[in-house]
Structure formats: C-alpha cells, structure tokens
Design a protein around this ligand. Structure first.
Ligand SMILES: [Zn+2]
Length: 106
C-alpha cells in the first residue's frame, strides 16, 4: 500500500539486538584492557561498536596484578594474609581489626 507497510519492523528489532550484542562483545574485549568494560560499552552504544573497537585496540592491555594487603590502623604493620585481628597488637592484648586494601603491581 504505502511506505509504512513495506517497512519491516522485525528487521529493525533484529538490527537493534545485533547492535546491542556487538556492543556487548566489544565491551567484553574492553574489560580486558586498561580502558575497562563499562567505558567501552558506553562508547560502543553512543558512537557505534566500530568506534568502541577502535578505542579498545588503542588502549594498553591490562597487565596489572591486584594484590590484597591488610594494614593495621593501630601499629601500621602490613599483612598479606587475612587475619581478622592484628597479630602484633594481639600480643599487647589489643584486638585491632585489619583494614583491607588493594595494591596494583606491574
Ligand atoms: Zn597492629
């Protein structure tokens, strides 16, 4: 009949899902890079996945290692294994909770 009848709505839906799927795939690649997945997903949705992919490949690979440390707020000693309370302060009779923090090494 007219233009709108020949306009296939299913085609648009499939195209939309494909767009989201490609953007999600690019974002997954981005999560392995320094740029991160969330930022890549945002770029992919806003400026097409092709731009997101370009962005990912120009981002350095994430080769940092996260190390968990536990620091005592009382004596300042650092521990690499997870004690609930500081062993150093325990000797003095004090029960001090250790604070967990992350360190990045290259
Ligand atoms: Zn301590």
């Amino acid at each position: 009949m007219d233009f709108f009848d020949s306009f296939d709505i299913d085609y648009i839906v499939i195209l939309g899902f494909t767009y989201l799927f490609v953007a999600a795939t690019v974002a997954k690649l981005g999560s392995l890079r320094e740029v991160g997945g969330k930022k890549t997903l945002m770029y992919s949705l806003l400026f097409t996945p092709a731009y997101g992919l370009y962005y990912v490949f120009h981002s350095p690979a994430k080769d940092t290692l996260k190390i968990v440390h536990y620091r005592c707020p009382e004596c300042g000693l650092e521990h690499t294994d997870g004690h609930a309370h500081c062993p150093n302060c325990k000797k003095g009779g004090k029960r001090v909770r250790l604070k967990k923090f992350y360190m990045r090494t290259y």
